[in-house]
Write a new protein. Sequence first.
Length: 266
Amino acid sequence: MAAARLKGKAAIVVGAGSTPGDKMGNGRATAIVFARERASVMLVDRRLDSAEETQRMIEDEGGRAFAFEADVTRAEDCKRMAEACVEAYGRIDILHNNVGIGIGGGPVELAEEDWDAVLDTNLKGMYLACKYVIPHMLKQGRGSIINISSIGAIRFPPYPMLAYSASKGGVNSLTRSIAMQYAHQGIRCNAILPGLIHTPMAIETISAGLGIDKQELIRLRDAAVPMGHMGEAWDVAYAALFLASDEAKYITGVLLPVDGGLTCKG
């Protein structure tokens, strides 16, 4: 086990599984890092089998975790999620909101149902998770909420993704609003803005959507980053670890890019 920076803390990681073909997405990596740092982790995902796979990875390393099936776009599921964490661990110290989808297209091309699906998943899901977790954090007088946004919220992507960019802009505003409302009550809320992250699912989805060979896409994405390469899921996970830990006890309302310097490019 690692340095125990989260020892004694209970964490909910929403989106703790990985989509098919993506062995180590951001949510799974974060859940594993939290467990390595001695948090007790609740692994929430719509795909229970994927959350259970993450649970096995954690338990194989001697960590403590349990899987929970939930759709965070449904209020009742979020209510059950918060209650289940308190029942299992007695508290909720960390809420990590990782769920997100992206569908390409601008205002003309994008279907209305796709707009609704992206906004429901990426923004409403975070609102509902916070709605039912924050009351438990208020009873404790402390808590850390980490929302996964995107540099797509503040920088136009190479191809139109209107709903995705709009939803992530909403995540940034949601993060700051929660941070300011609850700062005096011991609840911190921050967001991570990943840049180009090399996960198998991202490469598969984007290469198929754009009709580009996967190796060529990887080359182009690596070349776009000032550091010369994409990040990986672990980079997002370790940023989340810092924000979840007491080392960040004086940090709230921050939008932290994890992007190899991409947002600094002209």
